[in-house]
Design a protein around this ligand. Structure first.
Ligand code: GLV
Ligand code: MN
Ligand code: MN
Length: 411
């Protein structure tokens, strides 16, 4: 299966010695991964194009309306796993090979996509490529986003090649897609103890990212009496514990995993601490309760410690319920490869965000997951057995064969 060769070619790009991935949008390894995709697609005779937002599209057939689209992303979180994103890209190319080896001729075009900045690992807003293409983010705001070094999206994009002045809604592109299907590594263990190497997505929890800036007063760690301090680390500590308790009581998720401390000296009380809340819940009201609770806790703790705090949403994504027709069609196709004794193909909700979720408000969209025995993701421990990856290629090829067999029509 061509999957193995493609996977082996991509695997070293952006991988550190300890096995974690560092592929950040528009930076070195990201450019190498994009070049790998363009070369691999061109070698298959696919027509590779960069859209106005920097997303890559490899077309099988003439680009135009009625198309089926698939794909995922190649960027990673800091020290990420090998599968989150790349599995959907590599299986898509391998599925094209598989369909050709079956002698299949599509009755409508197929576009294999690579979305930019899905993780928001460099510029903070996740699914930026799909948000831009669908008009879900103001292009001026996107251009001004900065990375940790203060480099803007506009400057980073221009340095990598594409023109940042052209970014924004792309109705011509999105309008060509009748359907979008994203294959992804599972980010949990729902499939692990089943006879199913592949499951189908049902929904994505509403989620978002909030920036919290605690401003205090820098001073000497040895000479400043405790009562005289305005130390912004203290309200942050209270806020993190409150977020955990709120998540627990609402059956939600709340995480503070990124913080910047200014000036970040061991013996200087900080003047500013910025931290990011990532919050997710099964429904919008639980999410709002968690976020409002965290905001109140931050304001209370800031007041108690003589510090000010500002909390602002950086990105939000509403509940996604994938197209039931398409989801059921995928499940029926996938179930053909598993014995009846395995039971129905699992339909899985997830707390993870995806470009498929952003697209789903504009195009009938579905996702399928390949089993991950560790259940771990956003970590080098993320894993899928090669046999299950092959099952993913077969499942995606079967699904695409079904969808591409009929000339452009919405499901
Ligand atoms: C993306 O993987 C996210 O859910 O943060
Ligand atoms: Mn991810
Ligand atoms: Mn992903």
């Amino acid at each position: 299966m061509s999957f193995d060769r493609l996977w082996a070619e991509l695997a070293p790009i952006g991988r550190s010695d300890d096995g974690g991935y560092h592929r950040y949008t528009w930076a070195g390894a990201d450019g190498d991964a994009r070049a790998w995709f363009a070369e691999s697609a061109a070698a298959r005779g696919l027509d590779v194009r960069t859209d106005r937002n920097g997303n890559l599209w490899a077309w099988w057939g003439v680009p135009g309306p009625g198309a089926v689209a698939t794909g995922s992303h190649l960027d990673s979180v800091p020290d990420g796993g090998a599968f989150d994103g790349p599995l959907g890209v590599v299986t898509a190319l391998a599925a094209v090979d598989e369909l050709r080896s079956r002698g299949f001729t599509p009755s409508r075009p197929l576009a294999v996509g690579v979305f930019v900045e899905e993780e928001g690992g460099r510029f903070g807003v996740p699914c930026l490529g799909s948000r831009l293409a669908t008009g879900e983010i103001d292009p001026a705001r996107a251009r001004a986003l900065t990375d940790a070094a203060g480099i803007t999206w506009a400057d980073a994009m221009a340095a990598a090649g594409p023109d940042p002045d052209g970014i924004g809604p792309d109705p011509d592109l999105i309008g060509m897609f009748d359907l979008f299907v994203e294959l992804h590594v599972e980010q949990g263990r729902a499939l692990a103890d089943t006879a199913h190497p592949v499951g189908v997505a049902s929904s994505i929890w509403p989620h978002g990212r909030w920036r919290m800036d605690f401003t205090g007063r820098a001073d000497h760690a040895g000479t400043t009496r405790l009562v005289d301090r305005s130390d912004p680390m203290l309200p942050l500590a209270h806020t993190i514990l409150a977020a955990r308790a709120l998540a627990q009581s609402h059956d939600a998720r709340a995480t503070v995993a990124k913080a910047h401390i200014t000036p970040n000296g061991t013996n200087a009380i900080p003047s500013l601490v910025s931290a990011w809340l990532d919050a997710r819940a099964a429904d919008q009201s639980a999410l709002a309760a968690v976020v409002e609770g965290v905001r109140e806790a931050a304001e209370r703790a800031a007041h108690d410690h003589g510090v000010t705090v500002a909390v602002a949403a950086e990105s939000t994504t509403p509940l996604v319920e994938f197209s039931h027709d398409l989801r059921d069609r995928l499940a029926a196709t996938v179930s053909d490869r598993v014995p009846e004794s395995a039971g129905p193909v699992p339909l899985l909700p997830t707390g993870a965000g995806h470009d498929a979720g952003v697209l789903s408000a504009h195009v009938p969209t579905a996702m399928m997951y390949v089993r991950n025995p560790t259940g771990v993701s956003h970590s080098p421990m993320e894993w899928a057995d090669p046999k299950d990856c092959h099952a993913g290629v077969t499942a995606l090829a079967d699904v695409l064969a079904d969808l591409l067999a009929e000339p452009g029509r919405a499901v």
